[in-house]
Design a protein around this ligand. Structure first.
Ligand code: PLP
Length: 427
């Protein structure tokens, strides 16, 4: 007994120290900007990217160019989140967050506009990979095959391989051809038994942006299959138009190029596929007990227990979503739409172009195809550990993946001097 209380005391003391340490790691909140009035430097006709830099304090202490891992949130999104947490701290309870329904709908509408979908084709998701798994679970894949590529996200490939081993699903993984693939690679393997083509729009491995999505989609449809696209590494920085690209189902989280939070994202399911080709695997809706004492006046035209299903892509949701996720997404989507994805693309392209031109000259060959138009560029290095050490010492934060692949993923707040600094360290 005594021993137990000793351990309890030690555990409590350690937790207190841990909490104090982890809390002190966070700085005081900055002065809060006016989140309802975004600044004029976002003007889509003449965006001022020097000022955009000030919206991301992350850049103050470090050259951060690892946005393909996690993108920082800007000061307006942080302020919106702060306002929400103040509400959660001081006012949570009934009446619940008065703006919730409006926020939920507005957030879906904002995302729908970004990808040219309709609001009722958008569901909230908890993650890209979970959404893709839910889609697979909701499809009748028996006797069919799935075609994907080795540039699809690794956790997704794992899921397909598991289904192959467990359920006998036939999975064809197309191998990239010099770090890219196109519709011709699919034509060789897609057939009438193909139920799904699953690909990643922008590869996290080398930044490869699939350019002939429409042709891949046409091929899928001609064979009775659908096209799923993981858009997490593109949306927000690369134009995504689900209609023009022929995307049937897509998913993403918000913590990369959407500049939002982790554990929250979006799922797009084309309207006519909802609960037909892609069944819901979760159930959520309204239940009404149509008998006494639940109701004073039973309606004889209705069953005793009346179920009201959800409609639209909401059928793929259960439970409350992350309110924090919604808050961040709303603020970030507003910021992105004010700035304009075309402007974002144009600006970030200048940075990646410079890297693509200079890095090979310094002895770092690129594995990103020439002329590729995404925010991610990747180079192979001979001495990965030493290279990363040098970069860290210079306060430059990038990623080293798959052994020797240096991934640089600049964003809207990076500038030419960030690129020069990195090139200087690596030369
Ligand atoms: C291409 C791609 N898909 C999916 C994910 C995982 O995202 P989530 O956490 O939303 O499942 C990542 C994360 O790095 C990624 O790069």
């Amino acid at each position: 007994m005594q021993r137990l209380s000793f351990f309890k005391t030690v555990a409590k003391a350690s937790l207190t120290v841990l909490a104090a340490n982890s809390l002190s790691a966070f700085k005081q909140p900055e002065e809060q900007p006016d989140i309802d009035r975004l600044p004029t430097h976002l003007n889509p006709l003449a965006p001022d990217f020097d000022k955009v830099r000030d919206d991301f304090p992350r850049v103050r202490d470090e050259v951060y160019m690892d946005n393909a891992s996690t993108h920082p949130i800007n000061i307006y999104t942080a302020a919106a989140l702060h306002r929400y947490t103040e509400w959660a701290k001081n006012n949570v309870g009934e009446p619940w967050w008065p703006g919730w329904t409006d926020s939920r709908d507005a957030c879906k509408k904002q995302f729908a506009q970004l990808v040219n979908a309709d609001q009722d084709e958008i569901a909230f998701a908890r993650s890209t990979v979970e959404a893709e798994n839910n889609i697979l679970n909701g499809m009748d894949l028996k006797g069919g095959n799935v075609v994907t590529t080795d540039l699809h996200y690794s956790a997704s490939l794992y899921s397909y391989k598991m289904r192959e081993m467990r359920d006998g699903l036939k999975v064809h993984v197309i191998r990239h051809n010099d770090w890219r693939f196109d519709v011709k690679d699919f034509e060789k393997v897609v057939n009438k038994k193909t139920k799904l083509i699953a690909i990643t729009l922008v590869s996290n491995v080398n930044g490869f942006l699939v350019t002939d999505l429409r042709a891949i989609s046409d091929l899928a449809h001609a064979n009775g299959a659908i096209l799923y696209v993981d858009i997490i590494q593109g949306v927000g920085n690369v134009p995504v138009d689900v209609r023009a690209m022929g995307i049937d189902v897509a998913a993403c989280s918000t913590f990369k190029w959407l500049m939002g939070s982790k554990g929250f994202g979006f799922l797009y399911v084309r309207r006519d596929l909802q609960d037909t080709v892609v069944k819901t695997t979760h159930h959520n809706g309204g239940v009404h007990f149509n008998y006494s004492p639940w109701t004073d006046q039973a309606d004889p035209s209705k069953p005793d227990i009346d179920f009201t299903p959800r409609t639209g892509a909401g059928i793929y949701e259960v439970s409350y979503p992350s309110y924090e996720g919604v808050i961040c997404a709303q603020a970030a989507l507003k910021y992105i739409s004010e700035l304009g994805v075309a402007n974002i693309r144009q600006y970030v392209r200048t940075l990646t172009k410079k890297l693509s031109a200079e890095m090979p000259r310094l002895g770092y060959p690129s594995i990103t195809p020439e002329g590729n138009d995404s925010p991610i560029v990747v180079f192979t290095v001979k001495t990965p550990d030493a290279t990363m050490r040098k970069l860290r010492q210079a306060n430059i934060h990038v990623a080293m993946r798959f052994g020797n692949k240096l991934r640089i993923s600049p964003s809207i707040y990076n500038n030419n001097s960030d690129i020069e600094k990195l090139l200087g360290v690596l030369s």
